[in-house]
Design a protein around this ligand. Structure first.
Ligand code: MN
Length: 750
């Protein structure tokens, strides 16, 4: 199997496609693959017809590229369908042969792979930020659907990089950059170390020709010395392992140019400062032997502390397994030793492709793998991801390839990552909220589409905007798939349609409250609203209504909060009232005890007398608040007068009435209303009585009688009315005195 490893690097000089193909066919027969040679030849014939007359930049027939890519597919160990697809990989792009024709002759698997490669070929990219690169790589994976598409694309790129000399310097640079940024990392992540190294070294050759030459020429210069060193170390190890009875194959190599280059730049060293240019690989039959080898190496050479790594017990995310150590040789030169089994070796060299390699090696194994088997390797890979770095590429790689993501391009070539099912609305808002808010149209791959058009991987999406755009519609909230687009649409409604939202939100909340039998007005009280607003983080009721209006707050949520607050305040109020009552009752008991007084009658307490009859004098009509005095009548109980009553003032000092005046007071709690009278003097005018009646009506005063008398231009209006107390009476007098023409208002009308 190992002679094949070297074929990757050996660029044979045959430029006749028929000869190249014959060589490929021999190889396929030689390695004993049970492939259908006729089917592969048919693919070659179709490619030959299709690419007839087409030439590569170096003048050789285009077909040579197709055969070369198929050869690399064989190197990778890919299956028969892959080899057929590799031969046909450029046929849809560059010839008149269609998907249908390929499907008819070679089946849908081959046709789909060729289709996938074609799609990837059409993807245009310019150099981007790292983050963009990651998206691009993901997009390629997503577009590929079948991992073999990526493998053939890597084979295609590898051959193009190997034959880049005839391209223009610009093309060399841009392809090299793309290779370094896209294809080498892809190969790495698929565990294909060998392809990765070659892609990196080829790219470096064009990206930094001087740096590349410096390293290769120094290596060439040092080569005899390095080779002598490697031979001696290899011999020593081999001898010791033989003694220990360990069956092992030992390989030595100079590290690849790009890894030395990176080390020089990362550590700011020149080549002389980098010692560990050599690496040794010991390949054994069993895992215990890997550790045995490690022990023997550490016994033979001095290990460099901190350089031992066990990727057998903890494989790398790309399934790489080996034990690594760095030791210092007798010459004082450090070198790395890796120990691994053959199986680990194939996985390390070919990564994901090793799966097909094993399948082909099994005698009698079916070449047409069922879907179950097809991605077994990837599945294993993914299972191993669970414990490894979550940041890793494979974290997002699913067997159905990013089923919940879609990758599209902006017209500028930026890759935009959206949730599956995303529409131009999602795309527009992902670019910028302004783009979304001013969107008036969208096109995909140059064709105008509706806003609910579902985007596909690799689509180029263009959004037309207008300053006079009406802005998003509420329907967009249902069309958008991404949370961020929906948030931005809601934000727009929040900002642009505030008045509309306030009105709408108020109605929605009122409706919600009405269901619980609560009127919105009942909860608009400051005390009630303030804690609710604070709780929901709004500055004003309008802010809250607006939020309900644009959909940022569910009306039921606001309603529930208000209901809770209402319930809480009612509970507190009743508690407070109860407390008040308790303290008021206590106070009253004290007062009563101090006065040794009896129960009030009609709101009047008479000193020393219980249950006496009380009447209010008609001469001065006292109301609560007036200082009062009582007069003990003959047989008619106590008559209550105001202390400023003329009758009282005139009669209080009369000797015959001595001892009949008695102290009285108003009760603390008065529930009755009291009749009182007013005499109003005014200049007579039309409408005066009507004005007085209107004011009294407006004050809700309960008028019992109203008599007006005209006395030669002067009016006298006599009113009796019911009031609660002196304060109410004064208020009514103040209001009446403001009526035009009124000159005086007196109590004691009679
Ligand atoms: Mn190609």
């Amino acid at each position: 199997m190992d002679e094949k490893l070297d074929n990757l690097n050996s660029e044979h000089q045959l430029l006749d496609p028929d000869e190249m193909y014959a060589w490929l066919e021999d190889r396929l027969r030689g390695v004993g693959h049970p492939v259908d040679i006729d089917r592969i030849r048919a693919a070659y014939e179709l490619a030959k017809r299709g690419h007839e007359g087409q030439k590569r930049k170096d003048g050789s027939p285009y077909l040579t590229h197709c055969v070369a890519v198929a050869e690399i597919a064989v190197d990778f160990g890919l299956d028969e369908d892959s080899i057929v697809a590799a031969l046909l990989h450029d046929i849809i792009e560059d010839t008149t042969v269609t998907h249908e024709e390929i499907e008819k002759q070679f089946g849908s698997a081959v046709a789909d792979i060729v289709d996938g490669v074609t799609k990837l070929t059409r993807v245009q990219y310019t150099s981007k930020e790292d983050e963009q690169m990651e998206n691009l790589r993901k997009m390629l994976m997503a577009m590929a659907k079948d991992i073999r598409v990526i493998l053939i694309k890597i084979a295609d790129r590898l051959h193009n990089m190997r034959t880049m000399d005839y391209q223009t310097p610009e093309k060399q640079r841009s392809k090299s950059l793309e290779t370094m940024e896209i294809y080498a990392p892809l190969a790495h992540r698929l565990g294909m170390q060998r392809a990765k190294w070659e892609l990196e070294d080829l790219s470096l050759q064009y990206l930094d020709p001087d740096g590349y030459r410096e390293i290769t020429s120094t290596l060439t210069e040092k080569m005899p010395q390095l080779e002598a060193f490697m031979d001696s170390v290899k011999r020593k190890i081999q001898q010791r392992l033989d003694e220990e009875g360990i069956h092992a194959s030992i390989f030595s190599r100079i590290k690849h140019v790009y890894s030395i280059y990176r080390k020089m730049y990362a550590q700011k060293l020149n080549l002389d400062g980098i010692f560990d240019l050599c690496a040794f690989r010991v390949i054994v039959d069993t895992i215990p032997d890997c550790y045995n080898v490690l022990g023997i190496i550490h016994d033979m050479f001095k290990p460099v502390p901190g350089r031992f790594k066990d990727y057998i017990s903890t494989p790398k995310p790309n399934m790489y397994q080996s034990v690594h150590t760095t030791v210092i040789g007798t010459e004082g030169i450090p070198f790395e030793v890796q120990a691994r089994t053959w199986e680990m070796h194939h996985t390390a060299e070919y990564g994901i492709a090793a799966h097909w390699k094993y399948k082909m090696g099994d005698s009698g194994a079916s070449l047409r793998m069922g879907d179950e088997d097809k991605f077994a390797w990837v599945r294993r890979l993914l299972e191993s991801q669970q414990e490894s770095d979550a940041q890793d590429f494979f974290h997002n790689l699913k067997i159905d390839m990013f089923a919940d993501e879609v990758f599209v391009f902006s017209p500028k070539g930026d890759v935009i990552n959206l949730p599956a099912g995303a529409t131009p609305i999602d795309f527009a808002y992902m670019i910028h909220s302004d783009v979304g808010n001013h969107m008036v149209g969208a096109s995909v791959n140059g064709r105008i589409v509706t806003f609910d058009h579902v985007l596909q991987n690799g689509d180029i999406v263009e959004i037309r905007t207008s300053k006079s755009a009406p802005g998003p519609s509420r329907d967009w909230l249902n069309v958008a798939q991404s949370g961020s687009a929906r948030t931005k649409i809601k934000q727009w409604f929040k900002k642009e349609r505030r008045d509309e939202n306030i009105a709408r939100g108020r109605d929605m909340l009122a409706e919600e409250l009405r269901r619980s039998g609560i009127a919105l007005e009942d909860v608009m009280d400051e005390d009630l609203m303030a804690p609710v607003l604070k709780r929901l983080c709004f500055n004003s009721p309008d802010d809250m209504f607006a939020a309900i209006g644009y959909g940022g707050l569910a009306s039921v949520r606001a309603a529930n909060r208000l209901k809770d607050e209402l319930a809480r305040s009612i509970k507190e109020d009743s508690k407070k009232t109860a407390l008040d009552k308790v303290s008021q009752a206590a106070e009253r008991r004290e007062q009563q005890a101090a006065r040794r007084e009896s129960k009030p009658i009609q709101g009047i307490l008479v000193a020393g007398l219980d249950n006496c009859l009380v009447k209010f004098s008609r001469c001065c009509t006292p109301v609560p608040g007036d200082p009062v005095i009582g007069f003990i009548t003959r047989g008619q109980g106590v008559s209550i007068h105001r202390q400023d009553c003329e009758n009282y003032l005139n009669r209080s000092r009369a000797p015959e009435e001595e001892g009949r005046w008695i102290k009285v007071s108003w009760a603390d709690e008065i529930t009755e209303r009291y009749n009182t009278s007013l005499m109003i003097y005014a200049r007579d005018r039309t409408g005066l009585v009507m004005d007085i009646a209107t004011v009294l009506n407006a004050l809700n005063a309960k008028v019992r009688t109203l008599n007006a008398r005209d006395n030669s231009g002067l009016a006298q209006i006599y009113i009796t009315l019911e009031v609660k107390d002196l304060a109410e009476l004064h208020y009514i007098i103040t209001k009446l005195s403001q009526i035009g023409g009124i000159t005086e208002i007196c109590r004691n009308g009679k």
